[in-house]
Design a protein around this ligand. Structure first.
Ligand SMILES: Nc1ncnc2c1ncn2[C@@H]1O[C@H](COP(=O)(O)OP(=O)(O)OP(=O)(O)O)[C@@H](O)[C@H]1O
Ligand SMILES: [Mg+2]
Length: 347
């Protein structure tokens, strides 16, 4: 069993720099778990702690049932793939992939077989004699993944492995990595700052900010029920639109007075969040908006609106109005997200 359990994990670097504050997380056996969040939120720190490349300031790390806090990286049965691939430039693809097995004194024939099997799996068997500099970015990435796979580890740790690839290749590779992980049945912890990558790859997605877990869930749960303002704004492209205001006697009035709508159950200072697809053109709508810009994407159009001075983006699948038009809109009331403006918490 290769589940991973992090208990009250904390890492403070020199000069009191907070790496992570307090992480409690359970990753199941065979699960693909993605850690996502903005730069500096503690993703790599968490991964490096699991790998044993950093020591925790407080807390416990379990792999399976074993407490590994003081187990050196090489004995943790993990394999890590980094953003910059970290291939040995003077070695061939074969030697790069064979390296860890040689270190572990595997018999020659077994190494040859294993490297050959894995390179077939990844479609790089023809590249086996080349050196990394004679490979494209995508091929290097495959070698780096191959090097992790040959060791047949209990856990894969990926730190932004696709971010050096161009957009198209990144989309291809993310399906490949995910497929491979499923076939091999190896538990994976995958770090990215790209929320689309996180949403498409993760069985379990962990959203981090400032060294703390904000929310854990699958993509649908995070999209439909973000627990706070941060998660709501982080997940979804284009992002959720937010309007600050105040609720008095069951009526929400936005700060600039341009939006007025009934809002039951809550009162005081609130921020309402509306996804782009939950703003609709509505001749009976009570909100007036000016179309600043139309981005027609073929199957859909994104309308950049200004409601008074406040900007927002809506998505429509119908034939869009033109720039500079004035339109009446409304929000799908059942799809509104309401947050406490002070705490950011969902109400
Ligand atoms: N070796 C280190 N020494 C001191 N501070 C560090 C060290 N490594 C990371 N930090 C700090 O810890 C915090 C978390 O860093 P971490 O590398 O985990 O972020 P990240 O989420 O991986 O960000 P990115 O998306 O930019 O890679 C940051 O404030 C960072 O500056
Ligand atoms: Mg990082």
């Amino acid at each position: 069993m290769a589940n991973v359990r992090l208990v009250a994990l904390k890492k403070i670097y020199d000069k009191n720099v907070v790496g992570i504050e307090d992480i409690n997380l359970e990753i199941e056996d065979k699960e693909f778990c993605v850690l996502v969040g903005p730069s500096g939120c503690g993703k790599s720190t968490t991964l490096r702690l699991i790998a044993g490349l950093e020591t925790p300031t407080e807390g416990e790390i379990y792999i399976g049932d074993r407490l590994v806090n003081s187990v050196p990286p090489k004995d943790r049965d993990i394999a890590m793939v980094f953003q910059d691939y970290a291939l040995y430039p003077h070695m061939t693809v074969f030697d790069n992939m064979a390296f860890a097995l040689k270190l572990r004194k595997y018999p020659k024939e077994k190494i040859r077989k294993r490297v050959s099997d894995v390179s077939k799996l990844l479609g790089i068997e023809k590249l086996i004699k080349r050196r990394p500099r004679a490979l494209s970015g995508g091929q290097r990435q495959r070698v780096a993944v191959g090097r992790a796979i040959v060791r047949n580890p209990q856990i894969f740790l990926f730190d932004e492995p696709l971010s050096n690839l161009d957009a198209k290749l990144r989309v291809e590779m993310r399906t490949e990595v995910k497929k491979l992980q499923r076939e091999l049945g190896t538990t994976a912890v995958y770090v990215t700052h790209d929320q689309v990558e996180a949403m498409t790859m993760g069985d379990k997605i962990v959203i981090l900010n400032e060294g703390l877990i904000q929310q854990i869930g699958d993509s649908k749960a995070l999209y439909d029920n973000p627990i706070n303002h941060f998660v709501a704004g982080f997940i979804g492209t284009p992002p959720m639109n937010f309007f600050q205001g105040i609720v008095d006697k069951g009526i929400f009035i936005s700060s600039d007075g341009n939006i007025k709508m009934p809002l039951k159950r809550v009162k005081g200072k609130v921020t309402i969040g509306v996804r782009p697809e939950d703003i609709i053109i509505d001749t009976k709508g009570k909100i007036r908006a000016r179309v600043e810009l139309v981005e027609a994407l073929g199957n859909e159009a994104l309308l950049h609106l200004s409601i008074g001075e406040v900007r927002s983006i809506m998505r429509t699948y119908e034939s869009p109005p033109k720039s500079d038009d004035t339109i009446d809109i409304s929000f799908r009331s059942e799809k509104l997200h309401i947050f406490d403006t002070e705490t950011g918490k969902r109400l």
